[in-house]
Design a protein. Structure first.
Length: 374
């Protein structure tokens, strides 16, 4: 055997051995995440016991022993949930007192909203299409939705806002609050960091005033107290007053979220923008503000979720959102004990929208690589 053959045999790398079976697959995941230590093992066993005790009765009540079909309380004969109540009152939970012949307008608004927002969750949709849909959702869509819901134009009958309610009203309040609070809050955050004392003082006073009072008092003031200070014969729509109060309240909170992002931008970014000869607005819009918004995506979405859930407070001023519609329906003497079913339905509606916003924000974070490196 030649020396060259012996060298090739000596230096031939051995094939990599497979990892131990206990470290890969389901067994490896369970060992690493569920049974990695004695405390984790005890918590895992306790959780499994609670699941075993609680989940089967819930499934039996909600599905196995539940009643799904019928037209009255007489159809609920079992010990399970009476989902017949939800089916019979579903229109009220969605539309409130909106007239039946005009509900196609609400459905059209829902469809347009879904067409604008649902594609944002699917990366396979071209980026340009998603961008244009996002622009449509923030600009043209609110105008179309207002015209369709209120009417009075293009031959559409006018529908008073006092007849709005249910899920429709919840989405109107939250959507307007979100669309208004983000740009207004951004301007307030920039104003609070402004070098002009008057602008900075006005923004600080606005933010601290609205953040210093609870939302329930803002709604009460807008609905009950504000008309007392208006001249005789001058009045604003109750829903409009609630929209203004919610928007201004959450704009103040959004301003602090955005200000935190602006403070997290390294000083070198400002210096680099100045070195390029960019003015204040160009440097803000092209350099600092995009980075700040990227940093605080979790805080922005958290504010949106809190806004969406706090729309239930409009019940105190006589507006029936989805929770108010449920509460007014469960006291109907024609039905039995259906409070649990009603509240479960309302909770599920809130969970679907809040979970959707949370998942979209996480996808946006991964797309923009929000891990900030200085």
């Amino acid at each position: 055997m030649s020396s060259r053959d012996s060298e090739s045999q000596v230096f031939t790398p051995r094939p990599a051995l497979p990892p131990p079976p206990r470290t890969v697959g389901l067994a490896g995941w369970a060992r690493q995440n569920l049974f990695s230590s004695i405390p984790n093992t005890l918590l895992t066993l306790l959780s499994a016991y609670l699941v075993w005790v609680l989940v089967p009765p819930v499934i039996d009540w909600a599905i196995l022993s539940a009643n799904f079909f019928g037209d009255s309380n007489d159809a609920c004969t079992g010990e399970g949930a009476c989902w017949v109540f939800i089916g019979q009152r579903l229109n009220f939970f969605i539309y409130g007192f909106y007239p039946d012949p005009e509900r196609w307008r609400v459905n059209t608004v829902f469809i347009l909203l879904a067409l604008a927002l649902v594609p944002q969750f699917f990366p396979m949709v071209p980026a340009k299409v998603r961008t244009w849909l996002g622009v449509f959702a923030l600009t043209l869509y609110p105008v179309l939705a207002a015209v369709l819901l209120m009417g009075g134009l293009f031959g559409l009958p006018f529908i008073e806002t006092s007849k709005w309610g249910g899920l429709m009203l919840t989405l109107v309040l939250s959507y307007v609050g979100i669309v208004v609070s983000l740009p207004v809050g951004t301007l307030l955050a920039l104003g609070r960091r402004s070098g002009m004392p008057i602008i900075r003082t006005i923004c600080v006073l606005f933010i601290e005033l609205w953040r210093g009072v609870p939302l329930i008092s803002v709604l009460f003031m807008a609905s009950v107290m504000l008309p007392l200070f208006l001249p005789d014969g001058v009045n604003f729509d109750k829903l409009l007053r609630a929209l203004i109060g919610i928007s201004m309240f959450w704009s103040a909170y959004m301003a602090e979220v955005v200000r935190g992002g602006l403070q997290g931008i390294p000083k070198g970014q400002y210096e680099a923008a100045a070195a390029l000869g960019l003015g204040y607005w160009k440097a803000t819009l092209l350099v600092t503000l995009p980075q700040a918004l990227k940093l605080v995506i979790p805080g922005i979405v958290n504010t949106f979720i809190a806004l969406f859930k706090d729309t239930t407070l409009v019940l105190i001023i006589g507006l029936f959102d989805i929770l108010g519609a449920v509460q007014s329906a469960i006291v109907d003497p024609a039905w039995g004990h259906v409070a649990i079913e009603g509240y479960v339905f309302a909770a599920l509606c809130f969970w679907v929208f809040c979970f959707g916003m949370s998942q979209y924000s996480q996808g946006l974070e991964r797309k923009l690589h929000t891990g900030h490196k200085r």
